[in-house]
Design a protein around this ligand. Structure first.
Ligand SMILES: [Zn+2]
Length: 165
């Protein structure tokens, strides 16, 4: 297992090798395939996004997780989707290329990101022309599984992205 995605997480054509599996997104009927260690924070982001930004239940084929493929920008480097550490939320409403969100939606995304304390990056912050990707959330480069564990203990989130009682 020598390949890594842009953020440094192990990537593979074989999803079992990198512990990718299907998780329910809390509060929705949707499932998404992500790496176990990244799941708590990505699922938490998706559930908040569903409540505050756009309804994930509305569009059946608009939520994406693991996919072995190169990054859209990155000279052949593997996408964070190839390590199961990225999710796309409402690809129908927020397709890559330009900004589609309202000011209010962006404000909620900022709020979600703030709670992630730098562990998650947002494609809406991509600067190069045509690369804006507001549906895309990924584990930030340099973040380790241990950082996500500390985060979820701090905010009392379970391994499936649900708040602990
Ligand atoms: Zn994406």
């Amino acid at each position: 297992m020598t390949e890594t995605s842009i953020n440094g997480w192990p990537a593979s054509k074989d999803e079992r090798e990198i512990h990718v599996r299907s998780f329910a997104i809390p509060g929705t009927v949707r499932h998404v395939r992500v790496a176990e260690d990244a799941a708590p924070i990505l699922l938490w982001v998706a559930s908040k996004f569903h409540r505050a930004v756009a309804n994930l239940d509305k569009e059946p084929l608009a939520v994406w997780g693991y996919k072995y493929r190169p990054a859209l920008q990155g000279g052949g480097a593997l996408s964070d989707h190839a390590s199961g550490t990225a999710i796309d939320l409402r690809s129908d409403r927020f397709p890559v290329g330009t900004a589609h969100m309202t000011l209010k939606q962006r404000m909620y995304v900022r709020r979600i990101l703030k709670r992630c304390e730098g562990l998650v990056i947002w494609g809406g912050d991509y600067k190069s022309a045509g690369s804006k990707d507001q549906m895309h959330f990924a584990i930030a480069p340099g973040v380790k599984a241990h950082d996500i564990l500390i985060w979820r203990v701090k905010y009392r989130i379970d391994p499936n992205g649900r708040p602990l009682p």
